[in-house]
Design a protein around this ligand. Sequence first.
Ligand code: ADP
Ligand code: MG
Length: 214
Amino acid sequence: MNYLSTQFIISAANAIQQTILANENTLESLDREIGDGDHYINMKRGAAVIVEMQTELTPLTPDAALHKIGTKLLSTIGGASGPLLASFFMSMAKISKDIGDDSHLKIAAAFASGVEAIRQRGKADIGEKTMLDVLIPVSQQFTLLAAQNCEVKLICATLINTAEQGMLATKSLIATKGRAAGLGERAIGHIDPGAKSCQLMVETVCKLILDKNN
Ligand code: ADP
Ligand code: MG
């Protein structure tokens, strides 16, 4: 199956929306602890507008669908996470234009390009207590496993684990980017909300792929 088909992207958006809604308390309280409490609302709104776009997205090629998702998120999600997640999809759209098959290596490259766009836009890196503490390790692991020609089930199971570890690692970090940067050591002991939502999204998409492979 092609994981970069428009149909798969739409299924993933639906699954992500369910996950976000199911994690309202977690996401809201994490951002209340070290941010301004709006992260759940931002993610909920972002997921809803993408799901509402289903009929508009269906006839599009995957790259055009990803681009449309990116531009929509840019104008919909407020806060720091909006433009960051938007740049992920817009960059992934650019590189996935050439992807005609479901080669894991090509999908890993498109994912890496999206993560790199977040890194550049946010001027942040790993270890700064942001969503990148999940996305960078996941991207690196994905590229590695794809290069080793691993089977899809192993890739998904590993990435779920990598995302979880990255998310948990933010707990002991001081934030040097984003709103929590002003808190200094008071941020220690709290998981970064953006890292949590990215971990949940990685897990959701990987589980969707695992389900389709059973
Ligand atoms: P805001 O911080 O504007 O209220 P959100 O609450 O929606 O926006 O998102 C906060 C999340 O955005 C943080 O938990 C962090 O993961 C992520 N974030 C903030 N700034 C950056 C940055 N410069 N680079 C990467 N991620 C960032
Ligand atoms: Mg916030």
